[in-house]
Design a protein around this ligand. Structure first.
Ligand SMILES: [Zn+2]
Ligand SMILES: [Zn+2]
Length: 446
């Protein structure tokens, strides 16, 4: 048939037979199929989760973790490329013509001691900035990895439900917001396809089965802050012969909160936290220098710029008040907010609500940060959603004055694996299939 003479009715018929309309995706039927396949797959995912949990690795050191995931994905039939962004990996699976959908997991744990008392708790140690430290998966990236492998397996079992390319990536160094950029710099979107949509999930301290999502800004921008105040050391009994950098640092730490309370629009989000202060050795010695480390969080670029300028001005003024030399100020631009694409979110949320009902809820943006933002910044329509990890009874008990719920990064953070991973796999599989359907139709319509 001469394609220039296809009538619009014939084209509509052709489209209708090629891919189902969005409303024709049988979400409830799919959910049942996913649950059936999970019932037989879960024991393996549980073993994978507990092994990853017991043996976490730090940012850009995730060699064994990446090798483990690479082996899992190769066994499923994915084509795996390792060492993309140092320890990152890219796993590709082609299933005919169609869009490319990306699913990300993180690989890294945290430099902290786990205190959950679980029989699969981590006792592993590693080198972190020249010190030996405990390592723990206290952010739940092990939940994400098990859900990622489970989603890949489930999608292959549902191959007749979608056409296109799966691009499963395992990203290193999320906790230092450096791994996503490292993967992009090392060719994520030049050596591999540019995805039509990208998804990630993150666990959080609420009840399992619950899913939170947000359109637009989902997380904060995060920038690092390092300041060295210079003084002139001397005897603690003779401060007049010195310039005291401890007093300067103390003044700065208090005064910089004025940037938040007096300079920033009070209706806009912004945080400056000084999380570390190092200076001096003994009570009777005024040191030469004091170092501060902090973090700066914001949602909007104009607030971010205002905080940077205010911090710098306050630090210089604190030093000048004591007649000290200008401080060294280093603001390390970290990552931007995660921007959840409104179209991807609207369609995905619709599918998730059909599957999970009122357990799927829109939420306000989180104040934490995530370098999943790098993929949206590179032009990929993206969505990150959150899944809960605790039994509802435990949440209710905390609300009624019981033990508080440990959040991510707490040494007590302990997800209930089975329902959490099952929700992760089911929700992510539905998100990906609904994106294949939608983006596939758009490609045909173009
Ligand atoms: Zn974290
Ligand atoms: Zn995390």
């Amino acid at each position: 048939m001469n394609r220039f003479f296809v009538s619009s009715a014939a084209l509509a018929a052709l489209l209708a037979t090629t891919l189902p309309a969005h409303t024709e995706i049988d979400v409830i039927g799919l959910k049942k199929t996913i649950e059936t396949s999970l019932a037989s797959d879960y024991p393996k995912l549980d073993a994978l989760y507990k092994d990853l949990h017991a043996h976490p690795e730090l940012a850009f050191q995730e060699v064994k973790t990446a090798a483990r995931l690479a082996a899992e994905m190769r066994a499923l039939g994915f084509e795996v490329t390792e060492n993309v962004g140092k320890t990152g990996l890219v796993a590709i699976y082609k299933n005919g013509d169609g869009p490319t959908i990306m699913v990300r997991t993180e690989l890294d744990g945290l430099p902290m001691e786990e205190k959950t008392g679980l029989d699969y708790a981590s006792r592993d140690k590693a080198n972190w900035n020249g010190r030996e430290v405990f390592v723990a998966h206290s952010c739940g990236h092990d939940i994400h990895m098990a859900s990622w492998v489970g989603t890949a397996k489930t999608l292959l079992g549902l191959k007749d439900q979608w056409r296109g390319t799966l691009m499963f990536i395992a990203q290193p160094a999320e906790e230092i917001v450096a791994g996503a950029r490292a993967m992009i710099v090392q060719g994520l979107f030049t050596r591999f396809p540019v995805p039509d949509a990208a998804f990630a999930l993150h666990d959080g301290p609420f009840s399992h089965g619950t899913i939170f999502y947000r359109s637009g800004v989902g997380t904060s921008a995060a920038d690092g802050l390092e300041i060295t105040f210079h003084g002139r050391g001397g005897h603690g009994s003779a401060p007049h012969t010195t310039v005291d950098p401890v007093a300067i640092a103390a003044r700065f730490i208090v005064d910089v909160q004025g940037v938040i309370s007096r300079e920033k629009d009070p209706t806009e989000f912004g945080v400056v936290t000084i999380g570390a202060i190092h200076g001096g050795t003994a009570g009777n010695i005024i040191p030469d220098t004091v170092q501060l480390s902090g973090t700066i969080r914001s949602f909007k670029p104009e607030v971010r710029a205002k905080l940077h300028a205010g911090i710098e001005r306050t630090a210089k003024a604190a030093a000048a008040m004591s007649g000290a030399p200008a401080p060294d100020i280093w603001i390390a631009e970290g990552t931007k907010p995660v921007m959840n694409d409104p179209d991807v979110v609207a369609a995905t949320a619709e599918a998730l609500k059909t599957a999970f009902g009122d357990k799927v809820r829109a939420s306000p943006p989180g104040t934490a940060s995530e370098d999943f933002s790098e993929f949206a910044s590179a032009g990929v329509p993206s969505m990150m959603f959150n899944i809960g990890v605790y039994d509802q009874e435990r949440i209710d008990a905390a609300r009624n004055g019981g033990p508080p719920i440990p959040s991510n990064h707490s040494p007590q953070f302990a997800p209930v694996p089975k329902p959490t991973i099952e929700t992760g796999v089911t929700a992510m599989t539905l998100a990906v299939i609904s994106a294949f359907d939608r983006k596939g139709r758009r490609k045909l319509e173009r």
